[in-house]
Design a protein around this ligand. Structure first.
Ligand code: UGA
Length: 443
């Protein structure tokens, strides 16, 4: 089948590559000529395991191509995926200008029936706005062409996006036209094999399902983070509590890891956007607001622990940081907890020596050159001349470090574990003080 994808960002590229991988002819469109040039010359503008090879193979096979020409894109595909960004507005609601610009462009160039598929995470009611924008563009040129707008939210996790697309837990298709639903069923058939994972529903329910899923996951994390603070206060160990409650299958072990807060481009933005939607409709979303507030506070936790440890005196100190990305296997630093810590340390007069397996370039891009930020090439170099170490991202390579090496390099022999991934007993056996989330410090 012929598929056009508007937006060659994270979601668009993964969707395009995976749809091409199963034999479709996919054309990816982006307004940024540099991005398209890069893709056409074999580069990939984002880091995602497996994506570069998949793009290369499908490009070489002639099934995947890239262009800035929107008109060509509209001509190409029966399916017109919209996978452009919806950055938060100042008030936290999703900014739909790019989505609606694509809709207008489709309406301006469409010459036959098209299925417009919203892949971007968009507020409930956006499909109607997209349909209105397409109709308006059609009217402006006196054209009468049929089209449908479908909501097909993505559930990709950064770092596991290819796997999530190829073997999805569910494929949500929201459409008010059963025939369109069947066409999407055919498009998704290669990803829907062992049992039927495709759920057909009305457009608004599909739009809300996406927000509901992310809000539920964010709620689990904030709940655990709140409990971790209570555990600390009452002298319990949150890791024991986690294992204790996770054994109940109704609760489950997934997504109940306490830590220094959730980040990324999805949870913070989606929780806020859902909150805005509810408020806009006159409903006060108390739980969602609390989920966000708890996360906000949690991102300050490691800084507060460091400050308390050093008796409020951080001026002139150097703190080593392991892990800058908002989670492992990505270079994404949007809303990363590391940024809150780094900026608080700077404000308190400290210097940061930081290492991340892939997010070094991104850190440099965000902060530029400055004397209080030293980016190093490996974890141990970060420790040189540092007073303390803070671990902020749960990268596998940080899980079993050489504690003796850490102890011998740090001036103050203290480690702050923002993800509870280190073995506190081994750390203390090497002479370190180990301070983590939701349990008493170990010395
Ligand atoms: C999230 C969802 O997990 C995907 O299902 C969804 O498709 C995606 O958003 C999206 O809306 O596009 P992602 O943002 O890539 O995916 O990241 P997650 O793997 O969910 O991690 C989010 C954050 O939560 C990270 O900062 C992670 O460290 C933190 N986390 C996760 C915890 O603090 N505790 C946990 O138990 C799990």
């Amino acid at each position: 089948m012929d598929v056009t994808i508007f937006g060659s960002g994270y979601v668009g590229l993964v969707t395009g590559a995976c749809l091409a991988e199963v034999g479709n002819r996919v054309l990816c469109i982006d307004v940024d000529p540099r991005k398209i040039d890069l893709l056409n010359s074999g580069g990939v503008p984002i880091y995602e395991p497996g994506l570069e090879e998949m793009i290369k193979q499908n490009r070489d096979a002639g099934r995947l191509s890239f262009s800035t020409d929107a008109a060509e894109g509209v001509r190409h595909g029966l399916f017109q995926f919209i996978a452009v960004g919806t950055p938060p507005d100042e008030d936290g609601s999703a900014d739909l200008q790019y989505v609606l610009a694509v809709a207008r462009s489709i309406g301006s160039h469409m010459d036959g029936y098209r299925i417009i598929v919203n892949k971007s995470t968009v507020p409930v009611g956006t499909a109607d706005q997209v349909a209105a924008a397409v109709s308006e563009a059609l009217r402006a040129r006196d054209a009468e062409v049929e089209f449908d707008v479908v909501s097909n939210p993505e559930f990709l996790k950064e770092g596991a996006a290819i796997e999530d697309f190829m073997r999805p837990d569910r494929i949500i298709v929201g459409t008010d036209n059963p025939r369109t639903g069947e066409l999407l069923r055919a498009l998704y058939a290669p990803f829907n094999r062992s049992h039927d994972r495709l759920m057909l529903m009305d457009v608004r329910s599909a739009e809300l399902t996406k927000y509901a899923a992310n809000a539920m996951l964010a709620t689990k994390i904030s709940f655990m983070n709140e409990l971790s603070n209570i555990a600390e206060a009452v002298g319990a160990d949150i890791e024991k509590v986690r294992i204790g409650i996770g054994s109940d299958p109704r609760i489950g072990y997934q997504f109940i890891y306490p830590g220094c807060g959730y980040g990324g481009s999805c949870f913070p933005k989606d929780v806020r956007a859902l909150e805005r939607t509810a408020r806009g409709l006159g409903y006060k979303p108390q739980l969602l607001q609390a989920v966000e507030e708890v996360n906000f506070r949690q991102k300050d936790l490691i800084f507060n622990k460091i400050k308390t440890y050093f008796n409020d005196d951080l001026a002139g100190r150097t703190i080593a940081i392991w892990g800058l990305a908002f989670k492992p296997n990505t270079d994404d630093m949007r809303e990363a907890s590391s940024r809150v810590l780094i900026e608080s340390l700077w404000a308190a007069g400290a210097t940061v020596r930081a290492y991340d397996p892939v997010a070094m370039h991104e850190t440099q891009r965000i902060y530029g050159e400055r004397p209080d930020l030293v980016l190093v090439d490996d974890a141990h170099s970060a420790l040189e001349g540092a007073d303390a170490l803070a671990v902020l991202t749960e990268w596998s390579e940080f899980r079993s470090p050489d504690f003796h090496a850490i102890q011998s390099r740090l001036k103050d022999r203290v480690v702050f574990d923002g993800r509870n991934i280190l073995d506190g007993r081994l750390a203390t056996a090497s002479g370190l003080t180990y301070i983590s989330i939701g349990r008493a410090p170990m010395r």
